[in-house]
Design a protein around this ligand. Structure first.
Ligand code: NAD
Length: 487
């Protein structure tokens, strides 16, 4: 069956999803399809009262359903049924995801959707395997560390991989016994709405997942400042993360997990498998047109092999097949908006004005949608905007080094520390440098996530606080209570 579809004939979920029902609302924010720049709808903005309603439904559903206190295997079973349904409805999900995002429909079934279902299964299995602890306190007393869910968790997600980001938040929060109020990005809400609808069809109590639509300053702020939301889980830019921290400080302190921006380096040593390195680096910066938090956007390559690696990457950059996300044969993504494409171009042009040499790309593509040509900038200084700013587009900078220390110095970024890539055949060097690189994830001789969801993800420095995925994400959705009993 072809996955390609006509975007003008797609049936879209409409409205907020609260208590298992769609609540239609008038749209106020114009929405554009990045693939053809067409305005097609307007996104509602939930005011504080609507967020109140969602939180109140989440609280009462938690109490009435016994979700937090049921035998934990019951949670595991229903989450597995939800994952089954996600797989069964993969085509509908893929089309809803591709319709208004930058994700080509042909990459979704085996990619984002399969991975999201697997991640929900992964967290489902924690529900009955991770519990409270008895701890040594001496013969006259009994010490316990009891673990409990928070209650209602507030989640906020970005537009770049909407479905995966929702699964990252919902899987651990629900497995851990919480209810969730989630706000997807105002640019890409549909797959998240359908994901929530599927949870109810799978038997999850209606009202455990509530989706409110809206922007950051109104709806997002109402979530982060809500007194009955006990914990915040956010993925997005460092700027928005900072605004959220301020709002939480003003409205009442609560725990938060922040997954934020990045500017990740890729270090290639002359002893590396150069074909493998160039391929991994090109794939990383071309995937989703560089609109990925972990995009490896700074190539730092040993001088003696730079020419060879750069030539291989340019060949890959020139071979991309841009096309609308609803065409199954498209493999190169558009940029999410006209504004974001203009920002990318501004950063490229200002870097060129400051001395960078553009080896390929450096301009918008001739296309109906917001496409930007894969771009490679060499001759950049450490202060170049292209090296310093998170561009969130298909722009790779190249810097060269002669000594290991020089490579480490170039790789260090004053603000970000999300991920880093290291390509070398020298095991001692690999182990040495993984200790020195300042990043929350380090990939050696690869540059991509695997399906080992046990590995947590999260940033050093201003790339974030706390982790998604892994055991850490489950534990971050439980609070602990110390109990000491005199015997
Ligand atoms: P963004 O920060 O503009 O928006 C993210 C979400 O936050 C959206 O839902 C938005 O409406 C909401 N928001 C914005 N301001 C808010 C506020 N003051 N209060 C509450 N909510 C607010 O980010 P984006 O443009 O959607 O996504 C791109 C960014 O996300 C990049 O910086 C990227 O690196 C980051 N990201 C990080 C990870 C990670 O795991 N570290 C993963 C994906 C994306």
């Amino acid at each position: 069956m072809s996955l390609s579809f006509d975007p003008d004939r797609l049936d879209l979920p409409r409205g907020h999803f609260i208590g298992g029902q769609y609540l239609p609302a008038n749209g106020v924010m114009p929405m554009h399809r990045p693939s053809d720049a067409r305005e097609y709808a307007a996104c509602p903005v939930a005011p504080a009262e609507m967020v109140d309603q969602a939180v109140s439904v989440a609280k009462s559903t938690l109490a009435a359903s016994g979700w937090a206190t049921c035998p934990p295997r019951d949670r595991t079973r229903v989450l597995h049924r939800w994952a089954d349904l996600i797989e069964a409805e993969a085509v509908t999900l893929a089309r809803l995801e591709a319709f208004c995002s930058t994700r080509p429909v042909g990459q979704l079934i085996d990619g984002d959707i399969a991975v999201s279902a697997e991640q929900i299964r992964f967290f489902a299995e924690f529900a009955d395997k991770q519990g409270s602890d008895l701890v040594p306190t001496g013969a006259a007393s009994l010490g316990m560390i009891m673990s409990e869910p928070y209650g209602v968790v507030g989640a906020i997600t970005p537009w770049n991989v909407p479905l995966s980001m929702a699964a990252w938040k919902l899987g651990p929060a629900l497995a851990a016994g919480n209810a969730v109020v989630l706000k997807p990005s105002e640019l890409t809400p549909y797959s998240t709405l359908f994901l929530a609808e599927l949870s109810v069809r799978a038997g999850l109590p209606a009202g455990l997942i509530n989706i409110v639509l809206g922007d950051g300053p109104t709806t997002g702020a109402a979530i982060t400042g809500h007194p009955d939301i006990a914990k915040i889980s956010f993925t997005g830019s460092t700027g928005a993360g900072s605004a959220i921290m301020q709002n939480i400080a003003l409205t009442g302190i609560k725990p938060m997990t922040l997954e934020l921006g990045g500017k990740s380096p890729q270090l290639v040593f002359a002893d590396a498998d150069l074909d493998l390195s160039a391929n991994a680096i090109a794939t990383s910066i071309l995937s989703n047109a560089g609109q990925a938090c972990v995009a490896g956007s700074r190539l730092i390559v040993e001088e003696s092999v730079a020419e060879q690696v750069i030539a291989a990457i340019i060949a890959r950059m020139k071979a991309v097949k841009a096309g609308p996300t609803w065409d199954e044969t498209s493999s190169y993504s558009p940029i999410i908006s006209q504004r974001q494409r203009a920002r990318i171009d501004h950063l490229v042009q200002s870097s060129i004005a400051q001395g960078a040499e553009c080896l390929t790309g450096g301009q918008a593509m001739d296309h109906a949608g917001h496409f930007y040509a894969p771009t490679l900038l060499s001759g950049v200084s450490q202060s170049s905007p292209a090296v310093q700013e998170e561009i969130f587009g298909p722009v790779l900078t190249v810097q060269t080094f002669r000594e290991e220390d020089e490579a480490i110095a170039l790789s260090d970024h004053p603000t970000y520390g999300l991920a880093a890539g290291l390509f070398t055949r020298d095991l001692s060097r690999a182990l040495r440098l993984t200790q020195r690189l300042q990043a929350g994830t380090i990939w050696v001789n690869r540059y991509s996530r695997s399906r080992d969801h046990i590995l947590p993800t999260g940033g050093y420095k201003q790339s974030g606080i706390g982790k998604d995925l892994g055991r850490d994400a489950y534990l971050a959705n439980r609070k602990t209570k110390s109990v000491l009993i005199n015997l």
